[in-house]
Design a protein around this ligand. Structure first.
Ligand code: 5GP
Ligand code: ZN
Length: 115
């Protein structure tokens, strides 16, 4: 856990945000500024700054993030209509929080290419 990391604090209960899912590795909660009817953030409970910091040892963590996203999409009722998983990395992609997070977006048609 990193000091002054908002997602570390949310994922480990120091900031009381309702979690839509949690296990020993992964926590998920709704985005404070939703961009679609379903907009959930999935994060590792442990601090990882982002995609550039990942190593082969993070394979099981990444699998857990993606399979949890698929399960939450089913729970949200958007598995059939479709959804998008986004991980922003770095300034051009608009990453604003330096703790790895997967956006689960759905519930409306999502434009392509992204903005
Ligand atoms: P990024 O732009 O880094 O890919 O995504 C960061 C996301 O975190 C944004 O969509 C933003 O709305 C969300 N966010 C930032 N601070 C908070 C917070 O304190 N609570 C919640 N639930 N979401 C947050
Ligand atoms: Zn963190």
């Amino acid at each position: 856990m990193a000091d002054d990391c908002i997602f570390c604090k949310i994922a480990n209960g120091q900031i009381p945000v309702p979690l839509v899912y949690q296990d020993e590795r992964v926590a998920a909660f709704r985005d404070i500024n939703p961009q679609a009817p379903t907009h959930i953030l999935l994060v590792p409970r442990a601090h990882v700054t982002g995609v550039p910091a990942l190593t082969d040892a993070d394979g099981p963590l990444l699998a857990a993030l993606l399979t949890t996203a698929a399960a939450l999409a089913r729970q949200e009722g958007i598995a059939e209509s479709g959804y998008r998983l986004v991980i922003n990395a770095g300034p051009d992609a608009g990453q604003t929080v330096d703790h790895l997070h997967v956006h689960l977006l759905g519930g409306r048609a999502l434009g392509w290419p992204p903005g």
